[in-house]
Design a protein around this ligand. Structure first.
Ligand code: AMP
Ligand code: ZN
Length: 152
């Protein structure tokens, strides 16, 4: 048990040491900080989709959404709303996309869970992902059942 804890804490430390967002939160590398309350930190994305594009991150290192403790939900929602409102106000945006990439197949490059807040302007030319149709109502119903069962 003691050995297990030692291994886990050292594995976590090794992962954190390699993590650019952990370094930003620790102040070891600079960031354009816009929010720092409780367990949540936010800063401007260095390569914005639109100017004002912000990243909202838990201060502790969690790799994906599935590793974030649900207890952090309230603080996280508060931060998403506060930063989202402020980004919209400061940029004059009339819309806001909130997005999150989880795992490499979904485009996650930084393996420290984070939410993208992207200010949007009417006619800014950004397009979201392409949508498709199900082959049949049955296919959609089958998938509905499979997902319900997986939730349990
Ligand atoms: P993702 O693909 O969801 O993992 O997005 C990672 C995001 O982090 C990208 O949009 C990058 O532009 C952004 N990023 C990477 N390094 C930095 C940095 N040092 N400061 C600010 N944003 C960064
Ligand atoms: Zn990290």
């Amino acid at each position: 048990m003691i050995v297990h804890s030692w291994v886990v804490s050292n594995v976590e430390r090794a992962v954190n040491q390699d993590c650019i967002f952990c370094k930003i939160i620790a102040g070891e590398i600079p960031s354009a900080k816009i929010y720092d309350h409780g367990g949540i930190y936010a800063f401007l994305d260095i390569a914005p989709v639109n100017k004002g594009h912000a990243l909202v991150v838990p201060k502790k290192h969690y790799a994906t959404l599935f590793d974030v403790p649900p207890d952090l939900g309230r603080e996280l929602t508060t931060a998403l709303q506060a930063v989202g409102r402020a980004v919209m106000a400061a940029t004059g945006a009339t819309g806001l996309n909130v997005g999150m990439n989880n795992f490499e197949a979904a485009g996650q490059l930084v393996h420290h869970a984070h939410f993208h807040l992207i200010p949007r302007h009417a006619g800014d030319g950004l397009t979201l992902w392409t949508q498709h149709a199900y082959e049949s109502v049955e296919e959609m119903q089958k998938l509905t059942q499979a997902i319900r069962s997986a939730i349990g």
